[in-house]
Ligand binder design. Structure first.
Ligand code: ADP
Length: 458
């Protein structure tokens, strides 16, 4: 990993270095060329105007040569050197591409290597203008060493190299730090995943991290907590079902044992057999619960257009005698006709479950326990509300009540004889409601009562 990062960083800096030094060199050469062309033109003009004054011309060539840090030659049209700022070429013929081009009235420049050093050479023509013609009298040739530019370029490359090396070092330090800060929480996460997959549900990663890794850890902890909760619900569900199954089995066995003694009257036989029948019915109900718990997710709906008001009326009629027997008053309040597509029996089952809970979890300390059912129709939705003034649900349990197998195992509830159950009713209700693409929400105040709202989109 580190090697890959180093290669990327080194390549990026090399590319940057090549581009920067390349363009630096060409800009400097271009500037030098412009400067020398200007000098060559000035020398050519001065020569043309003062060519009779040889001493002045030589002094001028020397002085411009010093100023420009270059060698200046002035040649006549036959390429013979007339003036040389270094004096040694006077009288000699010089022939090169730049001179030939400028004698053909095209100024020209070129870069050559001389004894391992780069030299810039350029030439401009000396034009003599008369009334009707322009004559080329000769050429000015300037050659300057590019050594200073090469030296500057070398310095620039050195600086770039130092900067690149420091940047590489800093980048590598940061990379190592970043890699460590990712690797550590990831290894804690891997360890936690192994723990959870080996059955340690609820295991949480303690590291507090920020950013995406932090979010991942948070989601993992949440998932692990939920798995634990589901597992707890499952255990308590199996516990209560096994306990509930044991009771009728024990009762049936005791009844059969006493009947098998054979000295009971026909009346007793009949009575005992009825008891056995009741216990068998209870077991049957339990098995039904078990089955509905297993089949919870794959219920299918028999959809038809129905009036929700009628379904509420049906559920109300069914629950009323049972509620009254338990001292709970049920009332239907403000109901409007709402026609919608739904499974009549399943919706009724959900309402009966909610109403049954409202009776079951009544507040034994209240003088009057009551339940109200209402159905209100708005523009795009209808709200079906079942509200009771029962014992209510503590806030910390509220988010769990729709989970399969969850029960509030409260001393208050345990003390109440009518609170048998397996924590499956609300899971069934939620499943039915969500299968219809409706929504259900619970609102409750411990000690005051609960409110279940079903929102039906129309
Ligand atoms: P069960 O009634 O079999 O325990 P449910 O899934 O129907 O299971 O309900 C889950 C839990 O929610 C119950 O154990 C109970 O504590 C709480 N609960 C449900 N409805 C009410 C209600 N109307 N008032 C108070 N508590 C309720």
């Amino acid at each position: 990993m580190l090697i890959i990062y180093s290669i990327i960083i080194v390549s990026a800096f090399s590319f940057f270095g090549i581009v920067v030094s390349g363009s630096y060199k060409s800009i400097r050469i271009k500037n030098e060329e412009n400067r020398l062309f200007q000098t060559a033109n000035v020398v050519a003009d001065t020569y043309r105007a003062n060519k009779e004054d040889q001493i002045f011309i030589r002094t001028m060539a020397k002085s411009y040569g010093r100023q420009a840090n270059a060698r200046i030659l002035i040649l006549d049209s036959q390429k013979k050197t007339v003036v040389d700022s270094h004096n040694s070429y006077i009288g000699k013929t010089v022939d090169n591409e730049e001179i030939r081009s400028s004698l053909a009235s095209r100024p020209k420049s070129g870069i050559y290597e001389l004894q391992g050093k780069e030299v810039l050479q350029l030439s401009v023509p000396i034009m003599a203008h008369s009334a009707n013609e322009t004559k080329i009298e000769g050429a000015v040739l300037i050659s300057a060493s590019l050594e200073a530019i090469s030296q500057d370029l070398k310095d620039l490359k050195n600086t770039l190299l130092k900067v690149s090396a420091s940047a590489l070092l800093i980048a590598l330090i940061f990379t190592v730090m970043a890699a460590n800060s990712i690797a550590k929480p990831l290894s804690s996460l891997t360890n936690a995943v192994e723990k959870v997959s080996s059955g340690y549900l609820g295991y949480k990663v303690e590291d507090r991290e920020s950013g995406e890794i932090g979010k991942l850890i948070e989601s993992f902890n949440e998932m692990s907590g939920k798995l634990k909760q589901i597992e707890n619900n499952r255990k308590s569900f199996i516990n209560s079902i096994s306990h509930e199954l044991k009771t009728p089995i024990t009762a049936i066995r005791a009844l059969i044992e006493s009947l098998s003694l054979g000295n009971s009257s026909l009346e007793i036989y009949k009575e005992y057999l009825e008891d056995i029948n009741d216990e068998a019915k209870r077991m049957g109900q339990l098995v039904d619960y078990l089955l509905s718990s297993i089949k919870l997710e794959d219920i299918s709906l028999d959809l038809k257009e129905e009036d929700l008001a009628e379904i509420i009326e049906d559920a109300f009629k069914l629950i009323k005698p049972y509620a009254e027997k338990n001292g709970v008053d049920v009332a239907v309040n403000g109901i409007t006709s709402v026609r919608t597509i739904c499974d009549r029996n399943k919706v009724k089952e959900a309402l009966l479950n909610l109403l049954d809970n409202s009776v079951k979890y009544k507040d034994p300390y209240k003088k009057q326990n009551n339940i109200t059912i209402s159905l209100v129709k708005n523009k795009n939705e209808a709200c079906l509300v079942i509200e009771d003034n029962g014992m209510g649900i503590r806030e910390e349990y509220l988010s769990n009540i729709f989970n399969r197998g969850f029960r509030v195992l409260d001393a208050e509830i345990a003390a109440n004889s009518r609170t048998e159950g397996y924590g499956i009713g609300l899971a069934i209700v939620k499943n039915i409601i969500e299968k219809h693409n409706w929504q259900i929400a619970a609102d409750s105040n411990y000690g005051s009562g609960s409110k279940f709202t079903i929102t039906i989109s129309l």
